[in-house]
Design a binder for this molecule. Sequence first.
Ligand code: AHN
Ligand code: ZN
Length: 339
Amino acid sequence: MNSKLKLIIGCAMMTAVTSFACSCKGQKGGETTETTDSTSIAKPVGPKFNPDSAYAFTAAQCDFGPRVMNSAAHDKCEAWIISKFKQYGCEVQTQKADLKGYDGTTLKATNIIASFNPKAQRRIMLCAHWDSRPWADNDPDSTNHRKPVMAANDGASGVAVMIEIARQLQADSSLNVGVDFICFDAEDWGVPQWETAQQGSENSWALGAQYFSKNLPQGYQPEFGILLDMVGGEGAQFFKEGISKRYALNIVDKVWEAARTAGYESYFPTAEGGMITDDHVPINQNANIPTIDIIPYYADCQQSNFGPTWHTINDTMEHIDKNTLLAVGQTVIQVLYSL
Ligand code: AHN
Ligand code: ZN
């Protein structure tokens, strides 16, 4: 076979593969998704989430180094996050507080509140934590336990998906609601595994969200919230989290239905994945904002049910998968543009 012919065949195969991938994802540029299930009439809506962009926003945070509380990298990243949300048309406020870690450390915390379309009455809250865990205490090698976590997935990914959504909202003015992007600080200063069990240790997590839940901006009452935690890991699947079901079952169902419509059903199985202590707990309990958690559950992972890199020194860009970022980002866009 001559090389030109090979090239033509190669091209035809590429086309076939590309269109196959497209129809699988149900992303046919606004057309109705072909299906034999006559009950499925909803179609993908809203702008196309760009996974390369979200990936770059994840890497940009990691480039500062681990964003551990009270560190220079933390403060530099804070300024970067604020500038990105401003760049994409949000009004940004910060909420600063000295919070107390389980070990008595004073944590200089900043919750970042970025509002898109701040005058809209009807509002939705998206949130994620932006700090890095100071200790890789779940690393298989115990000599790494006191090293900081890069937190590409457990920190940067959620913020990156939110920044990319803000970028898309600015480019497409057809949204009917306002969106508040809340970046919680001091989520990951929870009691390390080497400490013997402490009473009330679950309160050592989500310190920034606890503070926010008790110090809401004047009159703040969004319809519901969606927390994004570890939304970029390779092999991730997002099961229906138990606390979310207890406080906001209709939102869980809405989001999982949106995932199906957007073509990402395989990332969002409808089974339950257990109850997780996370930022959404104080938001539900103290602020009464029905808030769900999109958080992975790895049923068969020995290292952690949050995935093999959770609280290890391997939570780096190498293990970020653009397809996971896309599945979550496009699903959230589907929710927002269906309101
Ligand atoms: C617990 O480990 C109890 N909750 C997990 C919350 C978390 C930590 N999310 C990210 N890092
Ligand atoms: Zn963590």
